[in-house]
Ligand binder design. Structure first.
Ligand SMILES: Cc1cc2nc3c(=O)[nH]c(=O)nc-3n(C[C@H](O)[C@H](O)[C@H](O)COP(=O)(O)OP(=O)(O)OC[C@H]3O[C@@H](n4cnc5c(N)ncnc54)[C@H](O)[C@@H]3O)c2cc1C
Length: 381
């Protein structure tokens, strides 16, 4: 692993730092789990896009900068260090976009990606169903052939952002008689405002509608919105889950910035001796995650794959995030838990609690690590 930055990365980093210093909103945006906050985050995406910062690793023709993975990591470090807002377009950018790059058509990429990058169209992920979470292959929502497309029916749940988003992507059963549950599934994109779609918001622990259930009743989807070949949905979906668990959902830049904020809080609170070990652990953890990620990125850049290693990343960041927020709340004392503090620690803590569940639960990730990385015998699944 070479930890020296190239001149190109340094130039990107400097340009990003200057642009962010001039553009990051002075006050935090309202929570994106509210209509007002969602609209404000959408505007921020448009501003990022205008500066060509919303998807730096995409080709220039779709609004990116063609940066490689190290350029992207450098940008992320600058982005979070600048205190920039959370990304409302994250589902699209970290899940659907890689899927379209690997399995979509050029027509789909040209049609979908620029609007995704500008925040004009915000995407939700519609994979989970009431009886299909960890065992996703047992999903029952179906797509039935119609003239020029497909009719979707069924129920999806826990769809983040869907209360306010525009479109969704998901997998649907198209061959009910297929011999195995993960066969005969098709990957489709659909409009959340199409006739036949009912979006029912679900409140989070703090009452905000961070998710929604989707009820689908013969929702028409044209053929142009099928990704890859019909029946190949499982293979396509599995090729992109690594993106969510691994790098793109939680870059090290995010935790380096959070650890810095924690140190600042610790200083402000009189360098509380009782918490100093935990604060130091948070700093060391962020740095360790950064180095581990750079090592993975080096292998990736040399032609390797993230593969099952992305489960290690996911386990690390999800548990780290909870510890970091618990330490911050400990420093804040009762004030931290009682208030909707503007510094975001309380809301961040509520969200961190979900880390071991979303993007594939940590129990499932541990099974993947045991079987695929350690070569242990197949367990409970
Ligand atoms: C904040 C948040 C955001 C989310 N956003 C989205 C989204 O945008 N789109 C979407 O489609 N979904 C989303 N989800 C849903 C998420 O992907 C599922 O909650 C997750 O996959 C677990 O599925 P489940 O809830 O059905 O739990 P279950 O699968 O029923 O699991 C319940 C418990 O049993 C354990 N378990 C299950 N099977 C096994 C096994 N074989 N071995 C060991 N333990 C096992 C699990 O680890 C878990 O602890 C989100 C969830 C959260 C919390």
């Amino acid at each position: 692993m070479d930890l020296n930055h190239t001149a190109e990365e340094d130039a990107l980093r400097t340009e990003a730092r200057e642009w962010l210093a001039a553009h990051v909103p002075a006050a935090p945006l309202p929570s994106l789990e509210t209509a007002e906050g969602f609209a404000a985050h959408r505007e921020w995406e448009a501003e990022l896009y205008a500066g060509r910062w919303s998807a730096v690793s995409w080709p220039e023709r779709f609004g990116g900068r063609g940066a490689d993975i190290f350029g992207w990591l450098a940008f992320e470090e600058e982005y979070w260090a600048a205190g920039a807002p959370g990304r409302v377009s994250q589902n699209g950018i970290s899940l659907l976009a890689p899927t379209l790059f690997d399995h979509g058509s050029e027509e789909q990429r040209a049609r979908v990606l620029p609007d995704m990058a500008s925040g004009a169209v915000v995407w939700a992920q519609a994979w989970s169903e009431p009886e299909a979470g960890s065992d996703l292959a047992s999903l029952r929502s179906r797509a039935v052939r119609a003239d020029g497309g497909w009719l979707l029916s069924g129920q999806k749940t826990w769809s983040s952002r869907a209360a306010f988003a525009d479109r969704a992507f998901g997998i649907f059963r198209t061959e009910p008689a297929a011999p195995r549950p993960h066969q005969g599934l098709t990957y489709l994109m659909f409009d959340l405002r199409a006739p036949g779609v009912t979006v029912r918001p679900i409140g989070r622990l703090d009452g905000r509608p961070a998710f929604a259930e989707l009820f689908l009743d013969k929702v028409f989807v044209p053929d142009e919105d099928v990704i890859g070949e019909p029946g190949q949905g499982w293979r396509i979906a599995m090729s992109t889950t690594g993106n969510e668990r691994g790098l793109t959902l939680r870059s090290p830049g995010r935790f380096l910035a959070a650890a810095d904020r924690l140190v600042r809080l610790w200083r402000e609170r009189g360098e509380d001796r009782g918490a100093s070990d935990r604060v130091a652990d948070a700093v060391i953890g962020a740095r360790a995650y950064q180095l581990f990620t750079y090592a993975g990125a080096s292998r990736f850049a040399a032609g390797g794959e993230m593969g099952a290693e992305s489960s290690l990343n996911k386990l690390f960041w999800s548990e780290y995030d909870i510890e970091l927020h618990e330490t911050a709340l400990e420093l804040l004392g009762p004030e931290g838990e009682l208030s909707r503090s503007p510094d975001g620690w309380a809301e961040g803590y509520v969200f961190a609690l979900a880390g071991p569940v979303y993007a594939g639960t940590n129990e499932i990730q541990r099974d993947i690590v045991a079987e695929r990385l350690l070569g242990l015998p197949k367990g409970r699944r």
